[in-house]
Design a protein around this ligand. Structure first.
Ligand SMILES: Cc1ncc(COP(=O)(O)O)c(C=O)c1O
Length: 444
């Protein structure tokens, strides 16, 4: 019996022994196309030779130093590359080991910023329902994933949650897209006024909502209005691009494509592509200047900040994305994937929405396309789809509770940018086949 506390304690998953390109091989000799890149992580697939050799070189040069005493080349160069490709207002990067750590850093930096500029009463964070920002207590407190919050509710700091921007379900029939976007963005202003504007520190949102909603894009004008509200009340805007950033949707930063500047951006998954655990918080010059003119240091740290191997892996990943022109590959592969899915499943009575941008794609399931009524949660349709796809040799990312944390089912597809055309087609065919089989297995 395994001594590992697996996600399902009673049922250890298959043993992965090797991975190559977009395929993972298990100890029974079965291979799987990694159509979700794990959890939207493996942007280059597995075993990319340039990343492996960068890691081997880094390993033989410098394994670890403490950032309280030293910096090192890969951290400095990675910061240069990220800051120069980020929106103009971003001036510095802070490297951690995960997405949750990046979000914790963002929350604490926001608080410290207001102390530095003499506004100590600012302490409240506002976020959105049906968002996910991480599993550590601060990140979970701002997360709007009801299922993940439930058990830990008594431990979470008090935060406010406004509506997500989820036009598929929440737009009124006679409402224009723009009017819908303004209506839900205006909830931020209402909440700021309710809490007292002088007490609100930050608003955090995923520009494209990944795991919890299943690749939901904002409507045009939504983030512009959010930015205006933040500016009006002096609230910092934190863009959590941990899943959607790093090129996954065809742009290095989604907020850049929205033409809206965030004060802090968090990234993680595609940053190191799974070759090493790494996340980053990027911050604006305004915040950096406040720290420089104030206490001079961010009162937050971890033992493994700026880890040399993690930074070396991420640096190599970022160089490969640029040198191999992979953002174009994301656009081309993404179009082929979503077109194939729409062709195969667009008319399926139980596929309510096929959505997303680039290689971050979501499929939401419904019992009835007209009413958008969800399936009974106890049927675990999302898990059934995962299982059917797995039997066809394709790994997808399933999630329940799309609508409110309890009702609704979706899957996310996020294959590596480097996936071949024939593997994109194989994903389309397996998913198109798996969904009707999963639905057929549901009791009447
Ligand atoms: C948008 C977003 N933020 C934060 C996180 C937390 O990242 P991690 O699991 O690396 O702690 C995730 C993970 O799925 C995420 O998708």
């Amino acid at each position: 019996m395994s001594k590992v506390l697996h996600r399902n304690i009673a049922e250890p998953p298959p043993v992965a022994v090797r991975a190559e390109g977009c395929r993972i091989f298990d100890s029974a000799g079965k291979s799987y196309i990694d159509a979700s890149g794990g959890a939207a992580v493996s942007c280059l697939g597995h075993g990319h030779p340039r990343v492996l050799s960068a890691l081997q070189e880094a390993m033989s040069n410098l394994q670890y130093v403490h950032t309280g005493s030293f910096t090192h080349e890969s951290q400095e160069e990675l910061a240069e590359i990220l800051v120069s490709s980020a929106p103009e207002n971003i001036s510095h990067a802070f490297f951690v080991s995960s997405g949750s750590e990046a979000v914790e850093s963002a929350l604490k930096l926001t608080r410290q910023y207001f102390l530095e500029i003499g506004q100590p009463e600012r302490r409240h964070f506002i976020s959105r329902r049906q968002s996910y920002h991480g599993n550590t207590l601060g990140a979970l407190a701002v997360s709007g994933n009801a299922m993940r919050r439930k058990s830990y509710q008594p431990l979470l700091m008090s935060t406010s949650h406004i509506s997500p921007c989820y036009a598929y379900r929440d737009r009124f029939i006679d409402e224009s897209i723009e009017a819908y976007g303004l209506r839900v963005a205006n909830e931020l202003e209402t909440e700021i006024l309710k809490l007292g504007p002088e007490t609100v520190a930050g608003f955090i949102a995923e520009p494209i909502v990944g795991a919890t909603l299943g690749a939901v894009e904002p409507v045009p004008g939504y983030f512009r209005r959010i930015r205006d509200i933040c500016d009006k009340y002096g609230v910092l805007l934190i863009a959590d691009e941990i899943m959607c950033g790093g090129g996954r949707t065809g742009d290095m930063f989604v907020m850049d494509s929205e033409k809206v500047a965030a004060d802090i951006i968090t990234i993680a998954k595609g940053l190191g592509g799974g070759y090493q655990p790494i996340g980053a918080m990027l911050l604006s010059n305004q915040i950096a200047t406040a720290i420089r003119n104030g206490t001079g240091s961010f009162m937050h740290g971890h033992t493994y900040l700026g880890h040399p191997l993690a930074c070396s892996a991420a640096l190599a990943v970022q160089k490969v994305i640029k040198d191999e022109n992979l953002l174009t590959a994301v656009a081309v592969n993404g179009a082929r994937l979503i077109d194939g899915l729409k062709q195969g499943l667009g008319q399926h009575p139980n596929v309510g929405d096929i959505r997303g941008r680039g290689l971050l794609i979501g499929l939401e399931f419904v019992k009835n396309r007209e009413t958008k009524a969800p399936f009974e949660p106890s049927w675990k349709l999302n898990q059934r789809v995962k299982q059917e796809a797995k039997e066809r040799g394709v790994m997808v990312y399933p999630m329940p509770g799309t609508i409110d944390g309890i009702f609704g089912d979706h899957i996310v597809l996020a294959p590596p940018f480097t996936t071949s055309v024939s593997d994109i087609d194989a994903i389309v065919s397996a998913v198109t086949d798996a969904i009707p089989s999963a639905i057929a297995g549901i009791p009447n």
